[in-house]
Ligand binder design. Structure first.
Ligand SMILES: [Zn+2]
Length: 325
């Protein structure tokens, strides 16, 4: 490029290719000055605008950063709250667990009582399912396995499930605590009505000398009603309670001699007559087979023997069907 000077104008020669003609461009002087000025101003403007832009970007970035920081703080606060909540859950659950263990122990005690009862009076029912409640620590043996991280919400769910399980188990224990004593009372009643049945032979001797019903009276020789059975025996032989019950009467008179009356369930009484000795008192609770007195020859009797009688609703009945049980 080549420039030529005229008065207020400049000529620019544009050389392109060797084979092509030279091009002349006439340009005014102020324009020559103006172009770089415009260029300079444009660049300055660009720089200023870039500066403004970068400031704006920095401000935006700062804003975003602040927002993120706030969000992060919120997340941290949430975490702290979650941890606090979980700790509270754990404390509550461990409290419930302690209460549950106490109640389990109580149920186990009741079960032991029931078991003792069964051991004493035979195994009529199957209570083996109760033994599943026995507390043992076999679960604590052989723990291991892969570590799998647990998320907060999973722990939350777990805590909730465990809480639900505890509530369910508590309800179950409520039911059992309520039922076992009732079962025990029923079992005692059943046992009493079974052992209360006057079915035990009342003295060691098995020699029956007179049966229940009409017979010839040994004193008058006339027909008379015999209200019980006579079992011969030596004076001083033990007399046993035929069934469990309560002693109603111990007395002596000219007809019965020394005698005992025991009350049993179902309105039954057993009578023991002509005794030489009485070992119990009215109001005593006696067990089946317990020695209550001694064979004698007191009252209207021709020799040492035991007169045994069963009375049902004030009426003597044949004792043999009972004794054959
Ligand atoms: Zn008799």
């Amino acid at each position: 490029m080549k420039s030529a000077s005229l008065s207020n104008q400049m000529t620019l020669l544009v050389l392109r290719d060797a084979n092509q003609p030279v091009k002349q461009v006439r340009v005014s002087k102020p324009l020559i000055v103006a172009v770089p000025m415009v260029a300079l101003l444009s660049i300055s403007g660009l720089i200023v605008s870039m500066h403004i832009n970068s400031n704006r970007t920095i401000t935006q970035l700062e804003g975003q950063l602040q927002q993120q920081s706030i969000q992060f703080e919120a997340v941290v606060t949430d975490r702290d709250e979650a941890i606090q909540r979980l700790q509270n859950e754990v404390v509550t659950l461990s409290g419930q667990s302690k209460g549950m263990m106490d109640r389990m122990e109580k149920v186990v005690e009741l079960e032991a009582e029931l078991q003792e009862f069964i051991n004493k009076y035979g195994t009529q029912g199957d209570l083996s399912n109760l033994s599943a409640l026995s507390l043992d620590d076999t679960d604590s043996l052989g723990i291991g396995g892969e570590y799998i991280a647990v998320h907060d919400n999973e722990i939350d769910d777990l805590a909730k499930e465990t809480g639900d399980d505890f509530r369910e188990m508590n309800a179950m224990l409520d039911e059992m605590e309520k039922n076992i004593p009732v079962t025990l009372i029923r079992a005692t009643q059943t046992q009493y009505s079974l052992t209360g049945n006057p079915s035990e032979w009342p003295t060691p001797s098995k020699r029956l000398t007179s049966s229940f019903g009409y017979r010839t009276d040994p004193f008058t020789g006339k027909a008379a009603f015999h209200s019980g059975i006579d079992i011969s025996g030596k004076i001083g032989d033990p007399v046993y309670a035929a069934g469990a019950g309560q002693v109603l009467t111990t007395d002596r008179d000219s007809s019965h001699g020394k005698y005992i009356v025991i009350q049993h369930p179902d309105g039954l009484e057993s009578w023991y007559l002509h005794l030489s000795d009485i070992d119990v008192s009215a109001g005593d609770i006696v067990t089946k087979g317990q020695t209550i007195g001694k064979v004698g020859n007191t009252g209207r009797s021709t020799g040492s023997h035991l007169h045994f009688e069963i009375v049902k609703q004030n009426k003597p009945i044949d004792p043999m069907p009972f004794l054959k049980q």
